[in-house]
Design a protein around this ligand. Structure first.
Ligand code: PLP
Length: 225
């Protein structure tokens, strides 16, 4: 399927989810995750109206940046090794995977402008998932107060890979509650108004539960091997 056709279906699903939840579709930002696909396919996404691209490896991001550099907003969505920060920091607008102090320190050292960061939370507590535990989030964000290059725009999670809707909903709801409690602290560099949650298999539920950024790979651009 063309990206355009996929996007049409996704937009319909977003509208329906927003109607059910009493939300405005304009408040949902689609990040096209292009880690599985070629530059050509990423270009097709941009031609179809996508404005935000996400990659989970520094080399993948740099490769696509060469072609699409200034045309789009760039999101780094995967585990970020501290030693890779310098390669990507002046190219990305958002990092969705801030999960430790040493990474924050490296961003602070290398960035030349403020970087919008999501703190990644392992809501489900699965051992295989990255991210802070729920209990660690607020103390962590408080430690970042004096970091001039970091703006905590919101929280991010990856839900378990399951079709158990109740479980997914619980996971997203917990992230929203946590996001609201960080927001209520009014920390100057942590407005924390956004929720990056929802992937191809669970974005509809994520939107019903408050997602403002959804990260779509397979359902939008597909998966080339
Ligand atoms: C790969 C990836 C996605 C997209 O996954 P799909 O299920 O293909 O939509 C979203 N978020 C993160 C962090 C990813 O690594």
């Amino acid at each position: 399927m063309s990206v355009r056709d996929n996007l049409t279906i996704i937009r319909e699903n977003i509208e329906a989810a927003c109607t059910r939840a009493g939300r405005d579709p304009a408040d949902i930002r689609i990040v096209a995750v292009t880690k599985y696909v070629s530059v050509e396919r990423a270009k097709e996404a941009v031609a179809a109206g996508i404005t935000d691209l996400g990659e989970n490896r520094d080399d993948g991001l740099l490769h696509k940046y060469e072609t699409l550099g200034s045309e789009v907003t760039w999101h780094f969505i995967g585990t970020l090794q501290s030693r890779k920060v310098k390669n990507i920091i002046d190219k990305v607008d958002y990092i969705h995977s801030l999960d430790r102090l040493s990474l924050a320190q490296e961003i602070e050292k290398r960035a030349t402008k403020r970087v919008k960061c999501f703190v990644q939370v392992n809501v489900s507590g699965e051992a295989t998932k990255h991210g802070l535990s729920k209990e660690e989030v607020i103390p962590f964000i408080q430690q970042l107060r004096d970091f001039s290059k970091i703006e905590v725009v919101g929280l991010m999670t990856m839900a378990p890979y399951t079709d158990d809707e109740a479980l997914l909903r619980r996971c997203f709801r917990q992230l929203k509650i946590l996001q609201e409690s960080v927001q209520a602290l009014h920390i100057p560099n942590a407005p924390c108004t956004e929720l990056s949650m929802g992937m191809s298999n669970d974005y509809v539920i994520a939107i019903e539960e408050g997602a403002t950024f959804i990260r779509l790979g397979t359902s939008l651009v597909g998966h080339e091997s």
